[in-house]
Design a protein around this ligand. Structure first.
Ligand SMILES: Cc1cc2nc3c(=O)[nH]c(=O)nc-3n(C[C@H](O)[C@H](O)[C@H](O)COP(=O)(O)OP(=O)(O)OC[C@H]3O[C@@H](n4cnc5c(N)ncnc54)[C@H](O)[C@@H]3O)c2cc1C
Length: 342
């Protein structure tokens, strides 16, 4: 299907160098497009820096973006081949809950018993009776991946502007995008991709475009911990937890204190685990939780890419957005992600 309103000629500007904007810029540049990436700060220092950064394509069953989500890890394997040294770890994930029966395994998952759980996580002192094992899941260093994408984009000729806030998207008399207004002046471009996370709504609003996305705060905890305490991505009622360095764990959790207590009681030899820091990130959360990705019908040349679970989906979304912007052909995998659904 051809998308009648995509503006594919002329320079492309991507606003926002989080993992989403960096991936879109990389894929555009790799395809040979003249593209400029602009960020108010440094790449990857928005909510991306506070992400737990679990990448999982397993168990996805329903939702308008289900087919897109199922491609997430395969797209990261592709990106690893294109960008050697991409900081991705393929550890698999183990999930369980204190209450309820084991669920039915979804695609890419199996239900395993306590004996297998104990092999996968040998330091557990309270081994659950069952867990969902997703061997294909992994995690990334989100700032590292963003940096590598930006570097890859530059290698392919992209221009990267840091510490330059964008104040407005400009249009001509016909309502067609002509560029952006920045703290250092006007920058022309026939296509502007807004990948500014929670700031996307405020940049689109003056054009009469309502993007229903709200900041959704979530806390990342950092712990000092013994080497090799946790081997997979562990998810249960208390935390999402993984080891990021020989002496470091990170967790996404509602309460740092409760997460610390839970880590100490869940693993052996963990009494000395210490909380060394927390950060709260504002996740860009669309009103229905699903990605908002695609061209804006009433403003030719304007394109949106704002989503939660954006670390998981960045490799896939970056490639598909670049393809849509360049070819003007709507990608079926993004069909459930359009702004028009609201
Ligand atoms: C605790 C926590 C755990 C999470 N766990 C996971 C997980 O396990 N898996 C997963 O997939 N996701 C997870 N997420 C969500 C994930 O981090 C986000 O979905 C993702 O980082 C969003 O990326 P982004 O590029 O859209 O936004 P951002 O990283 O916020 O990037 C937006 C960029 O736009 C720039 N910008 C904003 N306004 C302007 C302007 N006016 N001019 C120029 N630049 C501008 C900002 O400086 C920023 O760099 C988690 C988030 C948190 C907080």
């Amino acid at each position: 299907m051809t998308h009648p309103r995509l503006e594919s000629s002329g320079p492309v500007i991507v606003v926002g160098a989080g993992i989403v904007g960096a991936s879109i810029t990389y894929h555009l540049a790799r395809a040979g497009t003249a593209v400029t990436l602009v960020d108010a700060g440094q790449p990857g220092r928005g909510v991306t820096a506070s992400s737990f950064a679990w990448i999982g394509a397993s168990g996805v069953r329903t939702g308008p973006a289900a087919a897109l989500r199922r491609t997430a890890t395969a797209e990261y394997h592709r990106l690893e081949r294109e960008l050697p040294g991409l900081p991705v770890t393929w550890s698999g994930s183990l999930s369980w809950s204190r209450t309820g029966q084991a669920p039915e395994a979804g695609s890419g998952q199996e239900i395993i018993d306590d004996a297998r759980v104990a092999v996968l996580e040998p330091a557990l002192q309270r081994v659950p009776e069952w867990a969902v094992w997703a061997p294909g899941d992994g995690a990334v260093d989100p700032v590292g991946v963003t940096g590598r994408l930006v570097e890859g984009a530059r290698d392919h000729g992209a221009q990267v502007l840091r510490d330059i806030p964008v104040s407005a998207v400009r249009c001509d008399g016909q309502g067609r995008v002509t560029g952006i207004e920045t703290a250092t002046g006007f920058l022309p471009g026939s296509t502007v991709v807004l990948a500014a996370g929670v700031a996307t709504a405020a940049l689109a609003a003056p054009l009469g475009v309502r993007v229903p996305v709200e900041p959704s705060p979530a806390t990342l905890c950092r712990f000092r911990a013994p080497a090799d305490l946790v081997r997979t991505v562990v998810s249960n009622d208390d935390f999402d937890l993984r080891q990021v360095a020989p002496d470091r764990l990170i967790a996404a959790a509602d309460s740092p204190e409760r997460a610390l207590a839970a880590v100490r009681s869940t693993f052996r030899d963990a009494a000395d685990v210490e909380l060394v820091g927390t950060s709260v990130g504002a996740r860009p959360m669309p009103a229905d939780g699903e990605p908002i990705v695609g061209p804006v019908a009433q403003v030719p040349g304007l394109y949106l890419a704002v989503l939660h679970s954006a670390v998981t989906l960045a490799a896939a979304v970056g490639r598909l957005v670049a393809q849509e912007v360049l070819d003007g052909v709507a990608a079926p995998l993004l069909a459930g992600c359009r702004l028009e659904r609201f």
